[in-house]
Design a protein around this ligand. Structure first.
Ligand SMILES: Nc1nc2c(ncn2[C@@H]2O[C@H](COP(=O)(O)OP(=O)(O)OP(=O)(O)O)[C@@H](O)[C@H]2O)c(=O)[nH]1
Length: 189
């Protein structure tokens, strides 16, 4: 099952105040933790989805940059864009770029659940779905298409219309700690 890795790294970072994917944790930019977690699972192609304003700041020779022409349309648009450009992979493992505690074993664990009967594999922590650290099958594309045409931007607009598998994770699992604000950064570090 050919599976691509996508690091979503084209957001506004408006709550953070500057592009948060380049903030350093243990001397390394946040986005590199997502790239590494996917790379260690040999996901191919390994893609960073971003825009032309941010593109020159990435330094990840193992990944290809996918540049959005229309910026800031959100993760649903970004995943749809990558799936439309890359026709070969069957599955797409998506990670946001603001989760410096994500690990390769977490990615590996989710990969084990790929199955022809499901269109997406979504972790759940407590009651909270985590669609920004998740796997999507290419067959989601037409459903995403419809949602975007209806001007819906949230990944929930996809999940409301497909059969997906929920994978429960412990409440304290650090992989899901995403950094939205400088306060989050201080609290988690
Ligand atoms: N490629 C791409 N990635 C995006 C887009 N919007 C958000 N992301 C990424 O998706 C992840 C989650 O984004 P959020 O933190 O919810 O939104 P954000 O725009 O980055 O930040 P806020 O402006 O503070 O909401 C981050 O890694 C973002 O970089 C987009 O339009 N394109």
């Amino acid at each position: 099952m050919k599976t691509a890795g996508i690091v979503l790294a084209g957001g506004r970072s408006s709550r953070y105040g500057r592009p948060k994917m380049f903030e350093l944790y243990n001397g390394r930019p946040f986005y590199t933790y997502s790239v590494q977690a996917l790379a260690e699972n040999q996901l191919d192609p390994l893609l960073i989805s971003t825009n032309s304003f941010l593109a020159s700041r990435f330094d990840a020779p193992e990944a290809e940059l996918v540049i959005e022409q229309e910026v800031h349309h959100g993760p649903l648009y970004a995943i749809h864009h990558v799936m439309s450009e890359y026709k070969e992979p069957e599955w797409f493992f998506v990670l946001s770029a603001d989760i410096p505690f994500v690990t390769a074993p977490f990615v590996q664990q989710l990969l084990l659940h790929r199955h022809p009967d499901v269109k997406a594999i979504i972790p759940v922590q407590g009651d909270k779905l985590q669609p920004l650290l998740a796997l999507y099958h290419r067959s989601c594309l037409p459903v995403m298409d419809t949602a975007l045409r209806e001007n819906k931007r949230s990944l929930m607009a996809l999940l409301d219309h497909i059969k997906f598998k929920k994978i429960p994770f412990d409440q304290h699992n650090p992989c899901f700690r995403n950094i939205n604000t400088e306060d989050d950064f201080k609290q988690f570090m």
